[in-house]
Design a protein. Sequence first.
Lengths: 514, 320
Amino acid sequence: MMNNENILLEFMNIDKQFPGVKALDDVSMSFRFGEVHALVGENGAGKSTLMKILSGVYQPSGGEIVYKGEKLKLQNPHHAQMQGISIIFQEFSLINTLDVVENVFLNREPKTSFGLFDKKKAAGMTKKLLETIGIDIDITAKIKNLSVIEQQTVEIIKALSIDADIIIMDEPSAALSDKELSKLFDIIMKLKADGKTVIYISHMLEEVFSIADRVTVLKDGRVMATEEVCDLDKDKLVSLMVGREISDIYPPRSANVGDVVLEAGDLASGKLKNVNLTLKKGEILGVAGIAGSGRTALVETLLGIERKMSGTVSLSGREVDFKNIRQAIDSGFCYIPSDRKNQGIIAPESIVVNTTITNLDNYVVRGLINRKAEEEVTKNQIELLGTKVASIDQRIEDLSGGNQQKVLLSRALLMEPEIYIINEPTRGIDVGAKHEIYKIMRDLTSRGKSIIMVSSELPEIIGMSDRILVMNQGEAAGILDQSVKTYTEEEILSLAVGHEYRLPAGGCDDEEEV
Amino acid sequence: MMKKKFRLTDPGIFVWVLLVAIVIFSAVANPVFLRPRNLKNVFLIQPVGLGLASLGQAVIIISGGIDMSIGAAVSLLTSVAGGLYRDFPGVSVLTVFLIISAMGTVIGLLNGLLVVKLKIAPFMATLATMSVIQGGIFIYTKKTIGGIPKSFRFIAEGSVGPVPFCFLYLAVIFALVLILMNRSRYGRHLYAVGANEWVASITGIAVDRVKLSAYLIGGLLTGLASVFLAGRMGGGGPLVGKGYELDTITAVVIGGVSLAGGDGNIAGAIGGVLILSIFSNLMNLLDVNPYIQMLLKGLILITAVFFYAAKTAKAKGQEA
């Protein structure tokens, strides 16, 4: 059980007060040597604030940090690094135009006797560090030419090169494919074996169960619980996070699926090979597959964003050939892309502007926009979807991910489309908001709208789809009809990778055996 | 629902605070500033040319572009105005007005096509047209061309009652642009395109058409500015518009319009123009060497860009 000698770092009664908000309230928790400790909680729960305190970005308003048995007052991020605390942010802090070695030793370059950058020595050290985590990447490659997981590896190497004892990973899986994720898990296991402490922040509860030893749940700036992962199940974790029981995250499927509204035959483009699909009225068609399997290419080809090279697309039996997305929109499509920040919101503009941009015509009287009318509609939408905003004139970029997504859904709803194409509907959104977005999607289908949902979250695919189209290397590997049976993650993954697939087992079994 | 907080340091509000501050400072620094004749010049006449050109620059910047060719265009268009009167004596005011406006629009069209069709970065495209136009002017004339008759000069020198005609000219055009940008569907689309082209396209906005039109409007406004300037100077010349590209950008940036596009109010640009107008007036009243004035203007631009960048960074930091 708890043994003080095992404790590397401890938060004792940490408070953090921002003007008007108490972001952290009496937070006490500890991290052991060589453990993977997951930190979970909804958006705004205080995870980021706590980690910013630990990495020296913020100073706590009260309480103290005890590190290696001594009180620690962190002055700034550099100081934290010198103490062996390293954080890897969601958005990497790498220089794209420099190579791997240059990035790892940026600002700490080993010098030759002439005072010049000793690249040979740095390269040797980089190689050695890569060996310790068992990964092989081209250290002369520029960062911009590396995949996301490779870039992440560079960040990890960078942390190791300053001899970090604590490595904080903030949502490390956000941009990773499943395959890359298992690579990341391998690296984390190696770090753990070397006695490093990894703090793993994630929205994805499956990951917590796969990789973490212990998990701490934060809610509204307070610690709800710290538990051994083995003592928890998913429902219990979710209810700790949202503070209430969620018996079912996924609302029941609608019963009345109708006729085919969209049909694609032998659709081919640069990344697609002869894909066939149908979409019925009132149906959610899930599109699964690993990253790069052509999921996004498929929907963007349907929408005319990517040009199809051959094949047919027909709407209710009428063949169409979209040359651009505007023609698709005019035919009753709408698209909510996966990259909300860059491809969804219009960042500097207000919630009103973001909501009504698609149907401005409805508010124009004699050439001028009737502000009252568009504000009215925006307020209605906010009420309808339960979007939490301070004011409708607030900039959309100031909202949380879940609320931004709701505004984007409002925008789509106002287009009154028949077919919604939603790419990663709940990426980076906390559990409570996810549930609300699922309800909205279900409500749409019960009103006879059809949805194509691309998602890399398998529980979401299984929980929401009437049928599942599994993509594999640009081809449709199979279509699974869930009205017959509910499929498992293994069954979907096996189709997605083209061979038998088993999910990595969680850490618990091994530990219990010991 | 909570109303948006009103902060004096918000870009878009700060420009008016700055304007009041510089007026007070000027009044204290030199009492001549407050003489009615000077005030009339500083507020109602001086800002008209730069004001019109800056409105065009602002529209283009909000659409996500920039126009480096404004100065050269002004030089060309004023020269042509002089040339028209020289070569076709007795040509009507309306004809000259229409030709200059149309030529401005054509220059805008050219810039727009380079950006939209050839996909050249706006800065490079308009820098290239600047060189093309400037070369063209020198082929056309190496000297200033005067001789613009009184009938045409009414645009700059005439009065309607006590109000200078040129002020009304600016005010009407400003009001039209303001309504276009703030209240029309087109204006909303322009902001959306400037902020995020991709999102604009997936919401069904014809992005290319919107971008092209921004350059057309910008070109037309440059033409309208040139009409005033030709009237004011009684002619034109190859260097008349020198520095206008930078002055318009300075005015727009002081006015709180983001160089990144899609953000800021067009009215701020007029605030920026007034500040620059008062600044030059003050410098002249205080008898400051023109080279030092130029140097100071550069520093003002740096300060403005820095100030707003810092504001934005701070706002971003708070939400994290």
